[in-house]
Design a protein. Sequence first.
Length: 84
Amino acid sequence: MPAYSTTIFIVPINWSKQLCARSGHNDYYFHTLRHTFVTLSLQNGDDALTVKENLGHHSAAFTLNTFGHMTQAMRRDSASAWRS
């Protein structure tokens, strides 16, 4: 028997699904917000170690492999930096 109640985890997930469905975004879930947070953090210049710590991950490599989605703006900025 776990020392914690699984209800602690199920209630926020169900709540976020209901909230998204009520707002007309049936394909969005709480976990989508984590991906968005990481992408925006990296796009705005946060380093991988800071993002890793914010998410509570064990390594920056895991964070980048799992959540590090490259946006068109990030590709454009990178190309511009190399041209300079």
